[in-house]
Design a protein around this ligand. Structure first.
Ligand code: RIB
Length: 316
């Protein structure tokens, strides 16, 4: 089956330490260790695939054990992956601390992800796609190619600008149909884009804004649709002439790592499932994100279609 959702982006091996509280600078704390599959791009692909869309992940890895495990993971999941092997470069890794409240702190070493280039993204891989998703955790060249190719094949081009980076060029936004920033990325974009008329904008300032004010700022970003994810509050879908706030579900969070990825993957899968209906897709993504935080880890915590449907039946 041809992929309905194509995700171009990062694969990381997540190395996770759970601790009661985060160590302060210079402090050592005792915790527990676990490892699993991660990377924003790959997490989004696993979320989309498990949620029911025929999905293809495209990303770069090294020639090492982590890459072999990644291939085995995708095979077991029955989700298609096109891994480009970058000899001389390690598979990306993420050091993740998770505290007792389920919050996380992450450092990533991009490794092979940073070497993903235009020539790796054969347009044939995108044929028939309805949604193409990318982020900023591999190379910016790859993200640009993915978005341009999306438009060329008639797919919806989705950008999750994560993590926001110093070399981000706002010109990329003209290739985006749907932009999905979280609070940090939203604040960074407000400061970066002159059309917003704001400087020194912070997440604290964002928390004080009304939905109408968030919508007004999002309209200055450029893309026709901007979905601002607002953590445990929910998300705001900003379209040209209207906005819709979608509240999140109340769940007990054990690990919030990959919650944003769960939303992006679930939303993309929802776009296919609900034939382009943005609001239904965002509600679906919100449920996928809520379920993902109830389990430890990133990709392994992504819920499957049956679980999502049962959850939605119970909660709506
Ligand atoms: O968004 C969560 C992801 O960020 C983790 O899986 C980690 O790999 C980092 O890329």
């Amino acid at each position: 089956m041809k992929p309905q959702v194509v995700v171009v982006g990062s694969f990381m091996q997540d190395l996770r330490w759970n601790c009661a509280t985060f160590p302060a600078a210079g402090e050592t704390v005792i915790g527990t260790f676990a490892t699993g599959q991660g990377g924003k791009g790959s997490n989004q692909a696993i979320a989309a695939g498990r949620a029911g869309a025929a999905t293809l992940f495209i990303g770069a890895v090294g020639c090492d054990t982590f890459a072999a495990d990644a291939r085995a993971f995708y095979k077991a999941e029955k989700i298609n992956a096109h891994f480009i092997e970058k000899s001389g470069h390690a598979t990306g890794t993420a050091a993740i601390l998770v505290n007792d409240s389920g919050q996380n702190q992450i450092v990533v070493a991009l490794g092979a992800n940073a070497r993903l280039v235009k020539a790796d993204l054969d347009p044939k891989l995108f044929a028939g796609a309805r949604v193409v998703v990318t982020q900023l955790e591999s190379s910016l060249a790859a993200a640009t190619t993915a978005l341009k190719t999306a438009r060329a094949v008639g797919a919806t081009a989705v950008l999750n600008p994560a993590p926001m980076r110093a070399d981000f060029n706002p010109a990329l936004l003209k290739h985006v149909d749907i932009l999905i920033p979280n609070e940090t990325e939203f604040a960074a974009l407000v400061n970066l884009l002159p059309a917003t008329g704001r400087k020194g904008f912070t997440e604290t300032a964002l928390a004080r804004l009304s939905d109408a004010d968030i919508h007004a700022l999002a309209r200055a970003f450029g893309p026709p649709v901007v979905i601002v994810t607002l953590g445990k509050r929910g998300c705001l879908v900003s379209q040209k002439s209207k906005y819709t706030f979608i509240p999140s579900h109340k769940v007990k969070a054990v690990d919030t790592t990959g919650a944003g990825d769960a939303f992006v993957g679930g939303f993309s899968s929802g776009l296919v499932k609900f034939n382009g209906d943005l609001i239904k897709a965002a509600r679906f993504g919100t449920a996928v994100a809520a379920l993902s935080v109830t389990k430890p880890g990133a990709a392994p915590a992504m819920p499957r279609q049956r679980e999502i449907e049962a959850f939605l039946k119970k909660t709506t």
